[in-house]
Every structure is written in structure tokens, then in C-alpha cells.
Write a protein that binds this ligand. Structure first.
Ligand SMILES: Cc1cc2nc3c(=O)[nH]c(=O)nc-3n(C[C@H](O)[C@H](O)[C@H](O)COP(=O)(O)O)c2cc1C
Length: 448
């Protein structure tokens, strides 16, 4: 079955989405909106609800963009695990998918918080393991510059290793709670970790019983060589950045092809690109929505967007100038979107205005404008032709676009047999058909 997820963005995924007449007001720190999104996605039988995150207020160096709010500015946002813990009490089935960074956080606390969310939600926790894409986060963690990519990935591997070990601290039957004998737990069924590595020393065990899913589901987002190897080795699910089906197919085959050397089967990893849907009951309604939103991108906003996106100064340009050369260098930031857009620019000549109109709505990634059957055709085609295992559905105006997707596109996908009609599993791993990791015994530490 196709995996479907959506990001929790009450202000909508389009730069102008929050200004649409049908868009929600009061989107900052609004728990009611978050509950409503979670319930709607669960009504649509979505696998997961995703919270992207960072630890800084972004884009203050691009005042027009900052003042207008882009979805990645995140001027304010709930801390993801705290919010998802609240949402776990308003939902029963949907996966709760939080971003947390391995660059600035301690593995013991990460393992503990994700294990807690897995327990609170009855086995629905997912961790978007990031190394922090935004360089400004460093300044909130006693640093002046971001940690270089290779060091970030090395540290990330160590953190994941530690967390997995900590989640295996307790055997499932460690707590006997025998009132007659007075034995509450079996001390032979817990193990220390005794990890001593390059960046961390962690003795363990974790002071939380084994998570219902064994380990929470792990997702990775990095698209560099290091990122792809990490995904092939450890991830249950990963994000992909794609605008065209053939590129998505090549990416899919590449990453799945890397898994065998880690002793893994291709179906142990779900590859999920983003797709933004501009949906209408008719073709003209869908086009009208798209045009209406595009008109909300003023030239000043467009130029600020390009400066931030391509990491160049566009302030001196007129919108009718041809686009200058942009860098295809992989660096910090969400370079995957920038590189994909840069490749498009090498194939197509565009003016500055055409470039921001093209890249601002979806950062250049996959997008469908049309009716429910056209959207279902495209999603089914990508899914059936080895381009992906599912989609992160981008919703330009909230709540309108998620409501319409759930009411009009989900039934169409269900009718075609590519998407579930009911949740059948107990945990998210069961619903997604992902294996539950067996507890690994740490022989060295077993003899505590
Ligand atoms: C779809 C997607 C979502 C991401 N979400 C986040 C996020 O929420 N927080 C974050 O710090 N980085 C996020 N990233 C950035 C990645 O974690 C990573 O830092 C970035 O892609 C740079 O690494 P790379 O060079 O290996 O691609 C995301 C990247 C992608 C492609």
C-alpha cells in the first residue's frame, strides 16, 4: 500500500497560502488547529503526521520574506515531541513524526523522549533524524559556525547507535510485578550499554521500558552521498526531493540498491517524496486556486525568496532580467532543492520573475494542479512505476486543501486499491508493514 503523510503546517505550504480568504487566522501556537489537522489526516487514514523543525528563527536577513512568513521561517513553533504528545491523546492510529537533531542534542535524552512518545501513543512514534539543515541553529547552541557535514553525519551515526542500544535496555518481560513474592522486576532482564565513542559516553540502561514498536520508526532526510548511505543502512523511511518521475525512479533504484550491503531488503525502507496538490473539483477551479496564490507573491517577496533559496543577493535585479548562474554546490542549507532548481535553470531560460513563480510554490518539487482523478492518476503512476513508496502531501491553503484531499482524493486512491480503507495494525510499524526490531543483547553489558 502507498504511504501517505502530511506536514503539520497550519499556515499552508504556499508562501501566500495564509492570505487566502479561506485560510485559517491565528496560526501561531494554535493547538486547536493542530488537533484539527491530526484528526482530519487520521480520518483520511494517513500513515503519518509530520513536524519539521529547527532551533532558530530564520530569514531575518531577508526582511520581506521574514515579514511575509515562508513556511520554513518558523518564527514560532511548538517543540515537536511536546506537541505530538498532546496530539497522541486526540488520535488513535496516525503516526506521530517529530524532527530532532543529532547535532545539538544528547542521545540519552533523545532516546528517552522518543521512547516516551512511543509509549504515550501506543506505538506511533517516528523520528526524523536530522543533522540540522539551517546554519543559524548553531548560534543557539554556543557555537558561531555550523558543524561541518562529515562531522555531523559521523556524530549522527553514533547517536543512532546509542539510541538503538538504549531502546533495547529492557526485555519485554522484565517487569514481573509479583505481589506475592515481592519481586517487582527481574534484574537479569535489563542491560547497560557501556558506550564509549568519539563524541559520547553513555552507560545506560534507559529508564524507560522497551518502546511498543521495539524502536520508534527512523526517518532520514539528507540527500548527499553521506545521507543516502545513512538511509540505506538505518532508515525505515526517508524523504526524497524530486520534480520529475524519471529522476525519482533513478533515485529510488539507487537508494534501494545500496541496502543489500547492509543486509537489508528493499521493502524495509519507504521512500517518500513531497508533492504539493492544488486541487479543484474542476480543472478550472484548481487552476484558479493556483493563480490566486501566485498573485500573492509580490516582486519584493519573490526577490527575497530567491536570495534565501539560492543563497545569493537578488536585491539589485529587476524581475524581468534573465536569471543569473546559480551554484550547484552542495553546502549547508536545504541544498537538494536548490540543486534541483539549478539543474532546471540550466535546461530552461527564465527571467527572475518566472524563476520565483516556478520555485516559490513548491521549491521546484513535484506538484499537481487538477481534479481528484487527475491527482490520483499522477500519484498512482509514480507509485506503480517504481518512483516512490508514497507521498508527503503538501497543502497550500489550510484547512481547505487537506479537507479536500481527504474527501476527494483519498476515496479515489482507495477505489484503485493503492491505499488502505482501514487501519489494521496495532502499532504504526504494523500499519506500514515495517518489521519490529528484535532486542539485541549486549553480551558485554549483560553481566552487570
Ligand atoms: C524533505 C526534507 C525535510 C527536511 N526537514 C528538516 C527539518 O525539519 N529540520 C532540519 O534541520 N533539517 C531538515 N532537512 C534537512 C536535512 O536534514 C539535511 O540537513 C539537509 O538535507 C542537508 O543534508 P544533505 O546535504 O545530506 O542533504 C530536511 C530535508 C529534506 C529534504
Amino acid at each position: 500500500m502507498m504511504t501517505l503523510m502530511t506536514s503539520l503546517i497550519p499556515l499552508g505550504s504556499h508562501l501566500g497560502g495564509w492570505r487566502h480568504p479561506q485560510a485559517w487566522g491565528h496560526t501561531a501556537m494554535n493547538l486547536d488547529h493542530a488537533i484539527r489537522i491530526a484528526k482530519t489526516a487520521e480520518r483520511g487514514k494517513f500513515d503519518m503526521l509530520f513536524l519539521a523543525d529547527g532551533n532558530a528563527v530564520r530569514h531575518m536577513d531577508h526582511p520581506d520574506l521574514f515579514a511575509a512568513v515562508s513556511r520554513s521561517s518558523r518564527p514560532t513553533a511548538f517543540e515537536p515531541l511536546t506537541l505530538l504528545a498532546a496530539l497522541s491523546q486526540h488520535t488513535q492510529h496516525i503516526g506521530l513524526f517529530a524532527t530532532a537533531t543529532t547535532t545539538y542534542e544528547e542521545p540519552y535524552l533523545l532516546a528517552r523522549r522518543f521512547a516516551s512518545l512511543d509509549h504515550l501513543s501506543g506505538g506511533r512514534a517516528v523520528w526524523n533524524v536530522v543533522t540540522s539543515g539551517y546554519e543559524g541553529d548553531a548560534e543557539n547552541f554556543s557555537r558561531t559556525v555550523h558543524v561541518p557535514r562529515s562531522e555531523r553525519y559521523e556524530r549522527c551515526r553514533e547517536v543512532i547507535d546509542i539510541c538503538r542500544g538504549l531502546w533495547d535496555s529492557w526485555a519485554e518481560d522484565a517487569f514481573i510485578e509479583d505481589k506475592a513474592s515481592g519481586r517487582y522486576l527481574d534484574p537479569t532482564k535489563v542491560q547497560r550499554l557501556d558506550h564509549s565513542g568519539k563524541d559520547f559516553g553513555v552507560r545506560g540502561p534507559l529508564n524507560i521500558t522497551r518502546p511498543p514498536q521495539g524502536h520508534p520508526i527512523l526517518c532520514t532526510a539528507g540527500q548527499s552521498e553521506e545521507g543516502l548511505e545513512l538511509a540505506a543502512e538505518v532508515a525505515d523511511t526517508m524523504f526524497a526531493v524530486a520534480s520529475e518521475k524519471t529522476a525519482a525512479q533513478a533515485f529510488y533504484a539507487d537508494v534501494k540498491g545500496r541496502m543489500a550491503k547492509y543486509g537489508r531488503e528493499p521493502n524495509q525502507l519507504r521512500i517518500i517524496p513531497g508533492v504539493t496538490i492544488f486541487l479543484g473539483r474542476t480543472e478550472s477551479e484548481a487552476k484558479a486556486l493556483f493563480e490566486e496564490l501566485q498573485e500573492l507573491i509580490s516582486p519584493a517577496l519573490g526577490l527575497a525568496f530567491l536570495s534565501s533559496f539560492f543563497k545569493m543577493d537578488f536585491s539589485g535585479y529587476s524581475i524581468n532580467d534573465p536569471m543569473p548562474e546559480v551554484s550547484l554546490e552542495r553546502g549547508i542549507g536545504t541544498s537538494s532543492y536548490r540543486i534541483m532548481a539549478g539543474q532546471t535553470l540550466r535546461r530552461e531560460n527564465m527571467t527572475i520573475r518566472e524563476a520565483y513563480m516556478r520555485f516559490a510554490p513548491t521549491q521546484g518539487s513535484f506538484c499537481v494542479i487538477g481534479t481528484p482523478s487527475k491527482v490520483a492518476d499522477e500519484l498512482e503512476d509514480w507509485y506503480r512505476s517504481g518512483a516512490c513508496d508514497g507521498f508527503n502531501i503538501g497543502t497550500p491553503v489550510m484547512p481547505r486543501c487537506l479537507d479536500m484531499f481527504v474527501d476527494l482524493v483519498v476515496p479515489e486512491l482507495q477505489r484503485r486499491g493503492v491505499f488502505r480503507t482501514e487501519y489494521t495494525g496495532r502499532t504504526l510499524r504494523e500499519n506500514m508493514g515495517l518489521p519490529r526490531p528484535a532486542r539485541q543483547l549486549n553480551r558485554k553489558a549483560e553481566l552487570v
